[in-house]
Design a protein around this ligand. Structure first.
Ligand code: SF4
Ligand code: SF4
Ligand code: SF4
Length: 154
């Protein structure tokens, strides 16, 4: 989805920004985006004139800190990202109960297999996302029904 349409979509989905952010990312508009090239998961999208954001279509954040380290090494105390901050993205996972197989009594635990810390089933069905969700997005690409979205915390 193009960046600007995040703000216009009916569901009001906002872009999910990088972990370790300690300052306004307005400054990123002036940067070529060194963070994108160091992310082995290739989830950082940077377009000219807008801050980098995360795309979880193929992978998620493993909190390797490489994006924050290169930002800090480049800009020092004025860096947008700070690798000393906690491993967390200002976002959370949401499961669409209308399309999720396990909400229709079909056995599927792909998301829990990927994330035992923040996805809880009631017996064999009805997965729920817990408060411990870090917003990493690793559950998104393993869902066979594309039922998981990562939503920015406002
Ligand atoms: S390296 Fe830092 S300043 Fe540059 S785009 Fe990435 S987060 Fe923004
Ligand atoms: S912490 Fe690592 S995996 Fe996560 S966005 Fe930064 S570079 Fe990518
Ligand atoms: S539910 Fe788990 S895998 Fe999915 S975003 Fe949250 S912490 Fe990451």
């Amino acid at each position: 989805m193009p960046f600007k349409r995040f703000f216009k979509s009916k569901t009001k989905e906002l872009p999910v920004f990088l972990p370790y952010q300690r300052a306004s990312n307005d400054f990123c508009n002036e940067c070529f985006g060194e963070c994108t090239s160091v992310c082995k998961e290739e989830i950082i999208i940077k377009k000219v004139g807008i801050p980098p954001y995360l795309n979880f279509n193929t992978s998620g954040c493993v909190f390797c800190k490489k994006c924050a380290q290169v930002c800090y090494e480049t800009y020092g105390e004025e860096s947008v990202l700070d690798p000393s901050l906690e491993d967390k993205i200002q976002a959370y996972a949401r499961i669409d109960v209308l399309s999720c197989l396990a909400y229709h009594q079909v056995i599927c635990s792909s998301c829990r297999d990927r994330c035992k810390d923040a996805i809880k089933f009631s017996g064999m069905f009805y997965p729920e996302v817990l408060e411990t969700c870090t917003g990493c997005g690793l559950c998104v690409s393993v869902c066979p029904k594309d039922s998981i979205s990562i939503l920015a915390r406002e």
